[in-house]
Design a protein around this ligand. Structure first.
Ligand code: FAD
Length: 380
């Protein structure tokens, strides 16, 4: 049996990042090439991180702000950029804060991470066990330290099929049931006639959770950052409240009475006229002939449109998994399992998901960096 100080299972963003730092490691990847998911990130351009100070960055991980803090303070967005620069990958910051390689090609990022430890592709790990202090993988390789970097369950066409959960359950870990996140929200109501319309500053509310920003109507529902970021809160058929703008009855009544009301509402709110015409009643009336009831319904539709949505059938399209290995059982300072010394869990396999904008790759890299820091000390 061949022995390594560290074995990493999974050659995605997190596994590759760690392998690039830890030369004395073996990485096992089931696909023919590493980083298949990394290659599709950011529309193929790879949004590697977000240009924010760590104190702001941590706010994009929902209820996991505390858990991700040590990792994201240890490897800040600036440090991520510097690390890639040390690998000859220059990056640039887009106006919205997203960071990309200058090439706008994810291959540049993936390829830069390949020159570290030993990598074996076309190698599926089926079994993992611990014999005293030694981990045994597929009864073929052994190691003192084992890193599970197998990702989550969404976008399984790139290799992330939840295998890590199976291994970790055997070590006693709890798996928070995985759900689709960062995906389109399908609406029960037919809004296909609104396809392609976007709103710059919509507010979506799901339960107690709210997100404000750009929203896009798709053929079957809602997309754009606002919908993507809240999709993790969808549980079966879920109630949503959509606010397209702020508007009062007085403001509507103060408009030129001769104007077609959809025209007046567009001028008043900036909401695209086609969207207004699609959602309000009395769209052909002029402002002067709107009844009290017309105005009430218009305000309700534009400021608190009640809808129902779901994320069924989105697993092949979702960008991240919400759920995974319970973070209560993992040391946030090193990503080491609290149940099994020498076992580490990184990236999307953990019950951590971030918003859209480079936050998931940031965590994949930063969680691996903590493992590197711990093992570098232990191994030296
Ligand atoms: C379409 C899309 C676009 C995205 N865009 C962005 C973006 O621009 N910015 C951003 O921050 N995030 C983005 N994400 C999210 C981001 O890609 C993931 O969160 C990140 O890749 C997770 O990295 P990971 O290493 O934890 O898992 P993965 O990248 O999923 O890697 C896991 C690896 O483990 C391997 N594996 C699994 N089981 C086994 C086994 N039994 N044996 C051997 N190997 C195994 C898999 O083949 C896979 O290569 C996007 C996701 C998608 C789907």
């Amino acid at each position: 049996m061949k022995h390594y100080p560290v074995i990493i299972i999974g050659g995605g963003a997190s596994g590759l990042f760690l392998s690039s730092l830890l030369k004395d490691s073996l990485l096992l990847e089931k696909n023919h090439e590493c980083g298949k998911k990394l290659l599709v990130t950011g529309g193929g351009a790879c949004n590697i991180t977000h240009n924010e100070a760590p104190r702001d960055l941590v706010c994009h991980y929902y209820e996991k702000k505390n858990f991700v803090s040590t990792a994201l303070y240890s490897l800040s967005p600036e440090a991520i950029q510097n690390y890639f620069l040390s690998l000859n990958v220059e990056t640039y910051i887009r106006e919205d804060g997203k960071v990309f390689p200058n090439t706008n090609d994810a291959h540049t990022v993936r390829d830069a991470l390949l020159n570290g430890g030993k990598i074996l592709t076309d190698y599926t790990v089926n079994s993992v066990r611990k014999d005293k202090d030694i981990f045994v993988v597929n009864e073929q390789y052994s190691s003192n330290n084992l890193v599970i970097a197998t990702g989550g369950t969404v976008f399984p066409q790139t290799g992330s099929t939840g295998d890590g959960y199976r291994f970790l359950k055997e070590f006693g870990h709890t798996i928070v049931p995985p759900r689709n996140a960062l995906c389109e929200i399908k609406l029960n109501e037919d809004t296909s006639f609104l396809e392609g319309i976007s709103v710059d500053n919509a507010t979506l509310k799901i339960g107690k959770n709210t997100s404000t920003g750009p929203l896009l109507f798709t053929r079957k529902g809602l997309s754009g950052p606002v919908a993507l970021n809240l999709s993790r809160f969808i549980d079966g058929e879920t109630e949503l409240v959509l606010k397209l703008c702020d508007i009062t009855a007085e403001e509507i009544k103060s408009q030129n009475g001769k104007l077609k009301c959809s025209n007046a509402l567009h001028q008043l709110t900036g909401v695209p006229q086609r969207l207004i015409e699609g959602v309000i009643p009395a769209r052909d009336k002029n402002v002067a002939s709107l009844t009290k009831e017309d105005i009430r319904v218009i305000i309700e539709r534009l400021t608190a449109w009640h809808l129902k949505g779901n994320t069924h059938g989105q697993s092949k399209l979702a960008m991240v998994t919400c759920g995974g290995v319970s973070t209560k059982e993992v040391d946030s300072k090193s990503m080491e399992s609290k149940l099994c010394p020498g076992l580490f869990i990184v990236g999307e396999c953990l019950d951590v998901d971030g918003e859209t904008g480079g936050y998931n790759l940031s965590f994949a890299f930063a969680s691996s960096y903590l493992v590197y820091k711990k093992l570098k000390t232990d191994l030296s």
